[in-house]
Ligand binder design. Structure first.
Ligand SMILES: [Zn+2]
Length: 461
């Protein structure tokens, strides 16, 4: 099957930032066969399905290198309930517990997250989750390229940023490692190679040295990717210092050989310069989760991490899957933090959200458009009131673009969204069900737990 998208603008997202006008891109099977002048490419592939790209642009799809699809459940609740950034620390990322869901209900919330991801032009997702086996079939069916990273930890009865002593649980460690091995055996390479299975350590204050050593060995044995939440909140830093003789979280990982170029470290916000140096020296990829960082009122020092040698990628983390928002928020946050109205450039933000994310996930031949690369791409509408006159396409889209501009999404040479319609999921059904599940679960939680404070404006079912 060959597809030619013609009469369009192709934003390659390559290292030179090349943009082709009045161009076409040919896709053969799962790869990009050619990019060039429209007339020339159409003549070269006369049998191909022709897609008119007038008033459209073709761009690489986004890589979301850190998310938890099921946390769509906490939408509108957790965004405004961050833990304190100064002592006394209380532990956890919100004072409210998540309402319990059945595995089937959780799978629907994960499908909702995947829908939003596709609608915002995402083509690759690193999902950090617990018991992913229970929703892996639905995730594979989305058609997205994914790294499924099953989470392990061995701290009993605590959460990130908890100041209480570390109680090691051998049972938790064994269960986590068993889940990773089982998920890998069953799903690694699934979806014709679109799916890979990685190793996730929850966070430095949730994992003993012994477990981190075992997870590193497991990652090497499985020859796969690893991820961890790192320096996410100040409570985590305080907890690690208390647990590990004053060591900072990144120093703790470095002391165990846990930093390397196949590690995606999410957040990296509450950090000393010597930690940023350690990450850079080890060529770690950093998931810059700009939207959640902004909501928490915290920011990583992206320019420093990048200068020290880190690969900067982007992610949504909790509650939202909109990578268009994440890309713009990342640019805004860094400009505010640097007090610089020019840096980073929109081209840099685009690279973080696309090519760098693919590299972080071990897919260096994706996330940018070139002959021979993987056919993971999006088409955006450009004839929009908020985009024209669109003379600098990357700048225009990074500064003014919206997820709703994404019209079509292709992963591995296959359309998973076409002209505004998601082809791999029953969108209306999932939206309806997810709304019902979320409302019911929260209302039940508050009914059963009168001790919990109901957030302002909460609509009782
Ligand atoms: Zn996270």
């Amino acid at each position: 099957m060959t597809v030619v998208i013609h009469s369009t603008t192709v934003v390659t997202g390559d290292a030179d930032g090349a943009i082709h006008h009045d161009a076409a891109i040919a896709i053969e099977g799962r790869r990009i066969a050619a990019i060039g002048p429209s007339a020339e490419i159409r003549a070269r592939f006369p049998q191909a399905e022709q897609v008119d790209g007038t008033n459209r642009a073709v761009m690489p799809g986004f890589a979301n290198t850190h998310t938890h699809f099921g946390l769509t459940l906490a939408r509108g609740v957790y965004e405004d309930l961050s833990p304190p950034h100064k002592p006394p620390f209380c532990g956890g990322l919100s004072p409210l517990p998540l309402p319990p869901l059945t595995a089937e209900e959780n799978a629907v919330m994960c499908q909702l997250g995947a829908l939003e991801a596709i609608r915002s032009g995402t083509t690759l997702v690193l999902e950090d989750g617990f018991n992913i086996e229970s929703y892996a079939p639905q995730m594979v069916a989305t058609g997205l390229r994914m790294v499924l990273a099953e989470r392990a930890w061995d701290r009993e009865g605590a959460s990130i940023g908890d100041p209480t002593p570390f109680t090691v649980s051998e049972r938790l460690a064994e269960a986590g490692i068993a889940r990773i091995e089982r998920l890998h055996a069953r799903w690694h390479g699934a979806g014709e190679g679109r799916i890979s299975v990685g190793v996730a350590a929850w966070a430095p204050d949730m994992c003993s040295p012994e477990l981190l050593r075992r997870l590193r060995a497991l990652q090497q044995k499985l020859d796969t990717l690893c991820t961890i939440h790192l320096n996410q909140i100040w409570g985590e830093v305080a907890a690690v210092q208390a647990q590990r003789d004053g060591m900072l979280p990144t120093e703790y990982l470095a002391s165990l050989g846990f930093l390397h170029d196949r590690l995606v470290a999410a957040h990296c916000r509450c950090m000393e310069h010597r930690e940023e140096k350690l990450l850079g020296a080890a060529r770690v990829s950093v998931a810059f989760n700009s939207a959640i960082a902004a909501r928490r009122g915290l920011s990583p020092r992206i320019s420093v991490l990048e200068a020290e040698g880190c690969n900067i990628a982007m992610g949504t983390d909790n509650m939202a899957e909109d990578m268009v928002e994440v890309m713009r928020t990342g640019l805004f946050m860094e400009r505010i933090r640097r007090e610089d109205g020019r840096q980073p450039t929109p081209e840099q933000a685009l690279a973080w959200a696309t090519r760098n994310g693919y590299r972080a996930c071990g897919v260096p031949d994706g996330g940018w458009l070139a002959q021979g690369n993987r056919a993971d791409l999006i088409m955006i509408r450009t004839d929009r009131a908020h985009l024209v006159p669109l003379m600098r396409l990357v700048s225009g889209f990074v500064h003014q673009g919206q997820a709703a501009d994404v019209q079509s999404v292709m992963v591995d040479g296959r359309w998973i969204m076409r002209e505004g319609e998601v082809l791999t999921m029953d969108e209306a059904h999932i939206v309806r069900e997810a709304d019902r599940i979320g409302r019911t679960a929260w209302a039940k939680l508050f009914a059963e737990r009168p001790d919990l404070e109901v957030p302002p404006g909460f609509a009782q079912a």
